[in-house]
Ligand binder design. Sequence first.
Ligand SMILES: Cc1ncc(COP(=O)(O)O)c(C=O)c1O
Ligand SMILES: N[C@@H](CCOP(=O)(O)O)C(=O)O
Length: 466
Amino acid sequence: MEYVSTRGSAPALDFEGATLAGLASDGGLYVPREWPAFTAAEIAAMRGLPYPELAARVMAPFVAGSLADERLLELTRSAYGRFAHEAVTPLAQLDEQHWLLELFHGPTLAFKDVALQLLGLLFEEFLARAGGNLTIVGATSGDTGSAAIDAVAGREGVEVFMLHPHGKVSDVQRRQMTTVLAPNVHNIAIDGSFDDAQAMVKRMFGDGEMTGRFRLSAVNSINWARLMAQVVYYFAAALQLGAPERKVAFSVPTGNFGDIFAGYVASRMGLPVERLIVATNVNDILHRALSAGDYSAGTVTPTAAPSMDIQVSSNFERLLFDLGGRDGPAMAEQMRGFEASRAMRLTNAQREGAAALFASARVEPDEMTAAMRWAHEACGQTIDPHTAIGLHAARSSGIPAEVPLVTLATAHPAKFRDAVERATGQRPQLPARVGDLFAHEERYAELPGEYEAVRAFISERATPSA
Ligand SMILES: Cc1ncc(COP(=O)(O)O)c(C=O)c1O
Ligand SMILES: N[C@@H](CCOP(=O)(O)O)C(=O)O
């Protein structure tokens, strides 16, 4: 499989190259040159497979040429062996139509583990072939950080520099990152928002002096391998609910557009998806883009669903590229306009293409709270604020009752104990597997939200690539 940049001028790479590169050198994002597709019979044959086997089956076309099928299966078995539920991503039924897809049974209690446990192993595999060191630079609004740190802490040849917005993640999220004292882990709290952190990360990939000295890579969903692993649980859920004979709809609490883009990929691969609902909080750029064609970034408003406090959704570029006829130079031009003015209009082709599969909703704080309360009181399920945003959007979507509607439960409620307690009156307990976060020392640097400061911090500490 070959990967091309959404902006058309970076060299095409194989899976190994795209994974190690993270971001394309022209500032674009790597996508497969074409979407592999399964027939209905091939999808039906996946029913009942254990998760690691399903994962290897779904991902095989994406890694072709870089990993043999047997090796991929060894890696998925190892990655998902650390999950606390045998099904890895089990479904829980709420009522006749609504289901939760529980994505928080990994080591750090959010959906990020599903991809990052695998990505850590892929880095190790490919680095053993390529030699040298890898410098991972990432941005987190709370969950990617801890999942990435868990996946690479202590690994030989890999260092991680993780930027989070100071004071804008939950205390559990912060401690999950900052209590990891492995020497290859560097946490940086910056003055600013997740968007500021993400912009700095992207800028570093275009900084010739940094890329000349260090082999930079990404753990955010700008790295294709992240999304590839997330495609699998759409198959897992739909197969349990009757696919390929029956269509399934998904509601996805959305920020950087990675998780829902994985659903789009699943549908391009032949999974019968009725609709993908993009559920945002008040940071609603994606809802405005999909409902009115207006992709314009405002300032980020902090909310009780902090992991979705994002205004610039990196993976939206992948969708626009695909829907706009895969025209790299045109995409580069559209993104240049956005980067200059922080605003752009979707083209008609992009709007119409998106409307065929996507719906969207902006969910207000009181609606989020009501959804947490409903799940708790009517269904006996404690859900986190992000999941509640997805659930509210699902329940108000108007999707016909005969279509199963799956809300992605993206985080464990204990990561956001205060918000959950306010809504339900009950304080969720952290599962024993995360240990006593509050008994451990924290280590992190505080830096101003300035590229030069972050760049200097990293270049003083990172190990050059050769
Ligand atoms: C708990 C949680 N829910 C939802 C999201 C949004 O996912 P995405 O950024 O892939 O749209 C995130 C962050 O990515 C998250 O951490
Ligand atoms: N919500 C994320 C931020 C976006 O991350 P991505 O790695 O999925 O691009 C977080 O919790 O860090």
